[in-house]
Design a protein around this ligand. Structure first.
Ligand code: GDP
Ligand code: IMO
Ligand code: MG
Length: 427
């Protein structure tokens, strides 16, 4: 039962899309398990460059079945656009399946995400405004509309009528905006159902089948550990668990059935949206990283905040995910630096701590304590063998392995599939 979970180990955008595209070449099934179209997973391979929001990054592997699991909230319009674009660019989506249990993003979720953010004023979370938080809130409040509901029009109408009535009360009375029309939403979602119906399945059965046959399965995470609603910088987090454990619930596979957990780390840190990031560099070094790495969000185009590698956050991430291995991406971005810093502790109110505080106000006050390493000042993007990396680059990777207490399996030195170094086998 070779199941590998690939999860974001920092604040998202670590390069999960690239790593999943790579590993999917050797997998029979890839299942996305969390988030929604707040995710933007970039894949650069012989088909071209793609920014995927909902379709699993395994879609380019011709024999791999891709599943959008029950733990994902699906905006049907975004999914249909993504499928159409893939089809137009020669990437077949006939192997894409959707769990009928996945909750849907509805127009009121998107409206409410924007209105709630506006009402937070200076304390806005900086969400992607894709309706993610409101959709997950409705799922837990048992107000959600699920993918499978689109196939039973009578039930859909009945359910939509009662939920929309409630949502329209909030839209009009709390926020003073226009209500949504039941007829319009209903007919729109019926059309979505027609397009997506053929792709809907009881996906747990498909997973079970694959595992029985000993096939390799990848679980593709979205976001990153420090955006987890429990362990991240709450309330500046997303609304579903990006952790390997979240992958059990969001795909419908028990915890004993994950064989490997690969944490994807950037060789430095980035974050989009609000909330503390202790190693953020608001100086020319931060600008240098952003410029060199073109750190702008795949989903929103917002500039990403950049900073040095945070070992305190990385250790928390490794603990709560149980990493058996890691992928370190964007090593090439550090090529030009003569000295590199790793944050190994925080100064908090006059004392030094080595853990990531649960209280966001404390994290805000944390000042990074750095250790310094020599840079390599040699281009790495054409290197494919670990031994050929400059000594200082190997020392940097070894230091990361010590910090996260697991081997680095994969090192990425560029965005495209082949710009990859396999350091140690995942199995
Ligand atoms: P994801 O959300 O975790 O899939 O990551 P994103 O796609 O949002 O952001 C990662 C960015 O880094 C994308 O633009 C990738 O093409 C790019 N990328 C991934 N690995 C590397 C690498 O090793 N080097 C460079 N230069 N870019 C990379
Ligand atoms: P991938 O899968 C980076 C961030 C948003 C915001 C917070 C809450 O590409 O790594 P939400 O819209 O989820 O309610 O926003 O979470 N965020 C991400 N940041 N990468 C992502 O996904 C993200 N998904 C959400 O910027 O700070
Ligand atoms: Mg991303």
């Amino acid at each position: 039962m070779p199941v590998i979970a690939v999860v974001g180990a920092q604040w998202g955008d670590e390069g999960k899309g690239k790593v999943v595209d790579l590993l999917a070449q050797e997998a029979s099934l890839v299942v996305r398990f969390s988030g929604g179209d707040n995710a933007g997973h970039t894949v650069v391979n012989p088909y071209g460059e793609f920014g995927l929001h909902l379709v699993p990054s395994g879609i380019f592997s011709p024999h791999t079945v891709c599943i959008i699991g029950n733990g994902v909230v699906i905006n049907p319009s975004v999914l249909i656009d993504e499928m159409n674009q893939l089809d137009q660019r020669g990437v077949a989506t006939t192997r894409l399946f959707i769990s009928d249990r996945a909750n849907l993003i509805m127009p009121y979720h998107i409206l409410l995400d924007g209105l709630e953010e506006k009402s937070r004023g200076g304390k806005a979370i900086g969400t992607t405004r894709k309706g993610i938080g409101p959709a997950f809130a409705d799922k837990v409040a048992r107000l959600g509309i699920r993918a499978g509901d689109l196939l039973d029009r009578e039930m859909l109408l009945e359910r939509l009528r009662s939920v929309l009535d409630y949502k329209n009360t909030i839209l009009t009375r709390v926020y003073g905006v226009n209500p949504l029309s039941l007829d319009e939403v209903y007919s729109q979602y019926c059309q979505y159902g027609e397009r997506l119906g053929p792709h809907m399945r009881e996906t747990v059965v498909m997973l079970e089948e694959a595992l029985k046959q000993g096939k390799r399965v990848l679980r593709e995470g979205a976001q990153g550990a420090l955006l987890d609603p429990d362990f991240g910088t709450y309330p500046y987090t997303t609304s579903s668990s990006p952790l390997a454990g979240g992958g059990c619930l969001g795909a419908g596979l028990g915890p004993t059935r994950i064989n490997r957990v690969v944490g994807v780390f950037k060789s430095y840190c980035t974050r989009v949206g609000s909330g503390p990031m202790p190693t953020e560099l608001k100086d020319e070094t931060g600008d240098l990283i952003r410029g060199r790495a073109h750190e702008y969000g795949t989903t929103t185009g917002r500039p990403r905040r950049c900073g040095w590698f945070d070992a305190v956050a990385a250790r928390l991430s490794a603990q709560i995910n149980g990493f058996t291995g890691a992928a370190v991406t964007r090593l090439d971005i550090l090529d030009d630096f003569s000295r590199l810093k790793i944050c190994i502790g925080y100064k908090l109110d006059g004392r030094t701590i080595d853990y990531f505080p649960g209280n966001v106000a404390e994290v805000e006050r944390c000042q990074p304590v750095y250790e310094e390493l020599d840079g390599w000042q040699t281009p790495t993007s054409n290197i494919r063998q670990y031994e050929q990396l400059p000594l200082e680059a190997r020392q940097y990777i070894n230091r990361l392995e010590e910090i996260i207490s697991c081997p680095v399996n994969i090192i990425c030195v560029g965005p495209s599939r082949e710009q990859t170094i396999r350091k140690t086998p995942i199995f």
